[in-house]
Design a protein around this ligand. Structure first.
Ligand SMILES: Cc1ncc(COP(=O)(O)O)c(C=O)c1O
Length: 419
């Protein structure tokens, strides 16, 4: 059985200081953005096309959403500076109710960020019981488990997405207290959702609660319908609904800092758990709440999602398919099998990351670099995020550059991994 080891390596999504500092020293990390123009950004005197933002639906640039801020700020001030335990502006319960309706969840508790949510909700749910942690869970989930362990939980890791391995561990593990399975919805590196029905079946069979972080999937994946505008499904109501599952035995965590271009996290759960968390979760009890502008943009984002979300997702799917088709045509393997707008592009030689990162900047492209051991060595490369606000001309630039890296730059030898 794999036991928990905080130094257990690549799949802990923890970049080692050396690999990060090489990127840092080469000016490829920790950038200051001087200006934004649509999905172009200026760093110093260089304009770049932004393929690193997670603003998948382009809500950051939507005039209707931007205009929603000022009226609410005049009403509530810039920041409701009570912790939520002391008082929540009416905007909060409205947001929670609208999220619960969209998700089809029994109830929703809103907190500031997903990271804070993991650090408080995972220990509360696990208590002195056992956590089964996916081998490639997001670093913030992992951190929540480290903290839960410090408070008495035992942690085991299972091979990523592997329902059979999870079942083996659940079967072999007895012990006191709750059993909690923690994993991502859409994985933040591969862009793929898990085989949720298989995972849920195992969890239910062995009496484990499934805790899912769908920070990426929320806003993009949604319920399947015959009239859906794209294979993402409809309404963007996240991975549980995408798989036609109920919330029975599932706690879904999501957030608005990606597709909704705002700052707010949520826990979709039953009302009894919501009450418990209100009495137990430090971000509810003691943290400053999200600013009024964020609450206003979440609400306006929900309106735009209801009115035009499916059309935006159809366009996003088409744009993402252009990149995935091109990689397929070049023979570059990517982990993404889902069509989600988050695409890992692996390098032939992981030691050339600084060189390739610099080339991409020189070609006017801003992407997310993925060093080892944040990803396994055979996945070192860069991550491209497509958003609805990227133009087709910008995608042409990206595709030309991918071709150049695969065939033109290094005397015909591909610097991207092939095969
Ligand atoms: C899967 C996942 N969970 C959590 C986070 C962090 O979210 P937040 O900014 O709300 O803390 C991220 C951010 O990259 C993420 O990808």
């Amino acid at each position: 059985m794999t036991t928990f080891d905080v130094r257990s390596g690549a799949d802990a999504a923890r970049p080692e200081p050396d690999s990060v500092s090489a990127l840092f020293d080469a000016g490829l990390w920790d950038q200051v953005i001087d200006e934004v123009d649509g999905r172009r950004i200026r760093i110093g005197d260089r304009w770049l096309v932004d393929f690193a933002s997670c603003n998948y639906l382009g809500f950051d640039l939507e005039p209707e959403i931007q205009q929603a801020i000022i009226g609410q700020v005049r009403r509530w001030g810039t920041h409701p500076s009570w912790s939520r335990m002391l008082g929540s502006p009416r905007l909060y319960p409205v947001v929670e109710q609208r999220l619960a309706e969209l998700l089809g969840a029994p109830d929703v508790l809103a907190l500031p960020t997903i990271s804070q949510t993991h650090l408080s909700v995972i220990p509360a749910l696990a208590a002195d019981g056992t956590i089964f942690l996916d081998g490639r869970a997001h670093r913030t989930i992992y951190d929540g488990c480290v903290y839960a362990r410090a408070r008495g939980a035992t942690v085991h890791r299972f091979r990523t997405g592997d329902a059979e391995h999870l079942g083996d561990l659940l079967r072999a593990t007895s012990g006191r207290g709750p059993r909690l399975v923690c994993m991502d919805g859409v994985n933040s590196m591969t862009g793929n959702p898990p085989d949720l029905p298989a995972i849920v079946e195992v969890c239910r069979a062995y009496g484990a609660l499934l805790y899912l972080d769908d920070g990426h999937g929320f806003g993009i994946l949604g319920e399947r319908r015959p009239d859906e505008s794209a294979p993402y499904g409809a309404r963007g109501n996240a991975v549980v609904r995408h798989h036609g599952e109920t919330y029975d035995g599932i706690v879904l965590v999501g957030g608005c800092s990606k597709a909704y271009s705002s700052l707010l996290a949520f826990v979709a759960c039953d009302t009894a758990l919501k009450r418990r968390l209100k009495l137990d979760a430090p971000p509810y009890l003691y943290s400053g709440p999200v600013p009024t502008a964020a609450l206003a943009t979440v609400l306006a984002g929900l309106d735009v999602n209801a009115a035009r979300g499916d059309a935006i997702r159809a366009d996003l799917y088409r744009k993402t398919a252009r990149v995935l088709d091109h990689l397929r045509h070049l023979g570059v393997p990517t982990a993404n099998t889902s069509g989600f707008p988050l695409i890992e592009v692996p390098l032939a030689d992981p030691d050339r990351l600084v060189e390739v990162g610099t080339l991409l900047l020189d070609r006017g492209l801003y992407v997310t670099l993925a060093p080892y051991p944040g990803v396994p060595r055979n996945e070192v490369g860069f991550r491209v995020q497509v958003t609805a606000a990227n133009t087709d001309a910008q995608l042409d630039t990206l595709l030309d550059t991918l071709s150049w890296l695969a065939t033109g730059y290094d005397r015909g030898r591909s610097v991207l991994r092939l095969g």
